[in-house]
Design a protein around this ligand. Structure first.
Ligand SMILES: Cc1ncc(COP(=O)(O)O)c(C=O)c1O
Length: 406
């Protein structure tokens, strides 16, 4: 067992002490969204109770205060991510919007016959925007496969680059397999081939800090709701010059320099990409979530999370007829599996009767499901606040599934 004690943190998350139909909640759907500590909830209500005003436009006290706190949130999150000097942080709705913003901007830079390297383990958010772009511009997309253990086939990935490759977009961590991609090596390789790099960090930040200065991707995106912050807020960190070269993704108030009937000039980043009233309370509460995460010993938490996943796999194996997807040692605490005797939907429905929340389905990764030749999996995804008692509740629920179907 690790020296990390999740009990020190669980009381910070009010929802973790609630019951579902008289059973304690066992929340193992962290890959879909994380739970929120009281300080994040408080930051949201504090904003609306004391500071609510629109930003950037008012001289009055509340507007100045809201503006100050919104910009302070940007500064503190930038600092937590060790954002390179050359990059800027833009608040977006989430990872999905961040990637759409990038594909929209790149539309002006790419032309027919250009190639984009993706991986087969991507979330739909990092597939569909590229497909739409490819259709519009007649680009070629490469989807790179995996090893037996569910790691990216790095040799095949490198071999996919050629003189027409303009972009490599890949997830930092797979939301289905938990596989951690060697992003620093991948960014350096893609850069050496002259390709723009886009990294989807949605599943990485919930498991510890990311130091963007150590590998400097052109673009990095993630969602606030997966990192113990609110939903409807996310982050795109991108190279400032590249972003200033993009045509604005959305237009309207706040992103303009000067509007005249004859035409408009735009501001530079970050305002260039924050048209209209942003999610002010969301940004402030996300900064609070980052402040909270700074108190956690992530090295110990990673060992703890891994021990939870290993414990879950051991329990599953006791049932027999279990297939686990994603067995590479370089992975986070995500356990995707199939129990041959029961459909994934039946498994999660029975687990739910025990208060155990897991996810079943394609996990917004249908190309990966096709590649693995399965229609769906059950996914138990852990966070630092989960406990071995949670794993035991999960195992008990699985024994109930076995009694029903086994
Ligand atoms: C790897 C990955 N990328 C992107 C997303 C999309 O995130 P959002 O729906 O918050 O935009 C998710 C959500 O599950 C994800 O797991």
């Amino acid at each position: 067992m690790s020296s990390f004690d999740p009990e020190l943190y669980r009381a910070d998350f009010p929802i973790l002490s609630r019951e579902i139909d008289g059973k304690p909640l066992t929340y193992l759907d962290n890959g879909a969204t994380s739970q929120k500590p009281q300080c994040v909830i408080d930051a949201t209500s504090r904003f609306y109770a004391n500071e609510n005003a629109n930003i950037h436009r008012g001289v009055h006290y509340l507007s100045r205060t809201a503006t100050e706190h919104y910009e302070a949130a940007r500064t503190s999150i930038k600092s937590a991510l060790r954002t390179p000097e050359t990059h800027e942080l833009i608040f977006v709705r989430g990872a999905t919007e961040g990637i759409n913003l990038i594909t929209n901007g790149l539309a002006e830079e790419l032309s027919a016959g250009d190639e984009i390297v993706l991986t087969i383990m991507e979330h739909h958010a990092n597939i569909v925007p590229w497909q739409i772009l490819a259709q519009k511009l007649d680009l070629k997309l490469h989807f790179i496969g995996l090893t037996e253990e569910g790691a990216l086939d790095l040799d095949a990935w490198k071999a996919a680059f050629n003189e027409r490759t303009r972009v490599a977009s890949f997830t930092h961590i797979s939301n289905v397999l938990g596989t951690i991609n060697p992003v620093a090596e991948m960014v350096a390789f893609a850069r050496s081939k002259g390709a723009t790099t886009v990294v989807d960090g949605a599943q990485a930040l919930p498991h510890g800090p990311v130091d963007l200065s150590s590998f400097e991707p052109d673009f990095y995106v993630f969602s606030g709701h997966k990192v113990f912050g609110p939903d409807g807020i996310g982050v795109l960190v991108g190279n400032r010059d590249r972003l200033n070269g993009f045509v604005p993704y959305q237009s309207g108030g706040d992103m303009i320099d000067r509007v005249a009937v004859s035409g408009t000039t735009f501001r530079e980043v970050p305002e260039r990409f924050e048209a209209g009233t942003p999610n002010i309370s969301g940004a402030i509460a996300l900064a609070e979530a980052f402040a909270y995460m700074e108190k956690i010993d992530w090295k110990a938490a990673a060992i703890h999370e891994r021990s939870l996943a290993e414990h879950a796999v051991e329990e599953l194996k006791k049932l027999g007829d279990i297939q686990v997807f994603g067995t590479t040692p370089d992975k986070t605490a995500i356990v995707s599996f199939l129990y041959d005797v029961a459909h994934p939907h039946d498994v999660s429905t029975i687990l739910d009767t025990e208060g155990v929340a897991v996810r079943d389905g394609h996990h917004c990764a249908q190309p990966l499901m096709d590649y693995l030749k399965v229609p769906a999996t059950v996914r138990a995804s852990f966070a630092f606040y989960n406990t071995h008692a949670d794993v035991e509740a999960f195992a008990k629920g699985m024994q109930k599934v076995q009694r029903f179907f086994g």
